[in-house]
Unconditional design. Structure first.
Length: 73
């Protein structure tokens, strides 16, 4: 489960990392991303279902994306 800080960062940086999400998780649509934009748990579940990756795998990749996107907060 993502910690609250990571969830907050994901929500704040969502528009910035959205293209990377689409690239990294093929099969995930704009509608899927929009539906999960404000709810990271929904986003993770959707990506997991669409890609066949485990929830842990998806969470790890999201953490990486969030931590590597524009440093400086």
């Amino acid at each position: 489960m993502l910690d609250e800080q990571t969830k907050k960062q994901l929500r704040e940086k969502f528009q910035e990392i959205k293209p990377q999400l689409k690239q990294r998780f093929s099969g995930v649509t704009d509608q899927d991303l929009q539906a999960g934009q404000n709810n990271p748990d929904t986003l993770i579940d959707t990506i997991s279902q669409k890609t066949g990756q485990t929830r842990d795998q998806v969470e790890q990749q999201l953490k990486t994306l969030v931590s590597t996107s524009s440093t400086g907060s």
